[in-house]
Design a protein around this ligand. Structure first.
Ligand code: BTN
Length: 246
């Protein structure tokens, strides 16, 4: 049984809606809302979701092999978002490891992947995507971080919002099927095209402490590779990354 597409006028959050129905919702269920009253971002932040401007949707995907096999899922989802955007003839966006879809140094889309279930057994991912189509000045001011929208990238050629939603859902369903079979490896080539950190001087802080190096792509699991000053190639599973200004 394949999941249906539901379009709501208003929800607290499309991801919360799928979480509440995790037990009965079919694989590939997609929930879209015109507006969210309690849109959620990563790290406990909120995601402003006024009606009529942007896209807010979540998709449920179940996996048999547990979240041990899901490393790189949010990077893969980032490439799916950019495939959808590029399929509309809109260029100029890229990915900042591990989660950001950026354009003109602002956030174009947010990806929130929430996993539940077992480490090496059945598990489920609720994948939430917020894609900025048209930001108002108020929204930009309230966002708390630099933001960008498709209207800026596309100029006069901004496609109809339904078309953008259709492409996004199509890319997501197709991409998640590929991810289920092959994991992140089959996204690595695409990711490299979108990688905004490759060759850039980076500052990192995480489990391995604070250090600096040059972005050197990602490995087959989606972990970030960083070339240190002494030549060592370090692989980083999770960290806060900032790009050093030249
Ligand atoms: C981020 O902080 O970058 C992730 C933001 C994710 C926002 C989307 S909008 C649709 C879905 N529902 C939510 O409540 N959050 C995600």
């Amino acid at each position: 049984r394949l999941g249906a597409l539901e379009v709501h006028w208003e929800l607290d959050s499309t991801s919360s809606e799928l979480q509440r129905r995790l037990d009965e919702a079919a694989d590939f269920s997609v929930v879209l809302a015109e507006t969210q009253t309690a849109g959620r971002g990563r790290r406990g932040r909120s995601w402003l979701s006024p009606p009529g401007l942007n896209l807010y949707l979540s998709c449920l995907k179940r996996f048999d092999r547990g979240f041990a096999a899901l490393s790189g899922l949010s990077l893969a989802v980032g490439t799916m978002v950019l495939r959808a955007v590029e399929s509309l003839g809109i260029e100029g966006a890229g990915l900042k490891w591990p989660n950001d879809v950026l354009a003109a140094q602002g956030k174009l889309a947010g990806v929130l992947v929430e996993l539940s279930g077992e480490y090496q057994g059945p598990c489920a991912a609720v994948i939430g995507i917020g894609l900025n189509l048209r930001l108002t000045d108020t929204l930009r001011a309230q966002a708390g971080q630099p933001a960008c929208d498709l209207a800026t990238l596309a100029g006069e050629r901004l496609p109809d919002r339904n078309l953008v939603a259709g492409r996004l859902i199509g890319a997501l369903v197709e991409g998640l099927r590929a991810f289920e079979r092959h994991g992140f490896a089959c996204f690595a080539e695409d990711y490299a095209r979108y990688d905004l950190l490759a060759g850039r001087a980076l500052k990192l802080s995480g489990a391995q402490g604070h250090f600096e190096g040059i972005g050197a792509g990602v490995d087959a699991r989606g972990a970030l590779r960083v070339r240190l000053a002494d030549g060592e190639l370090r692989t980083v599973d999770s960290a806060e990354v900032t790009v050093r200004r030249a």
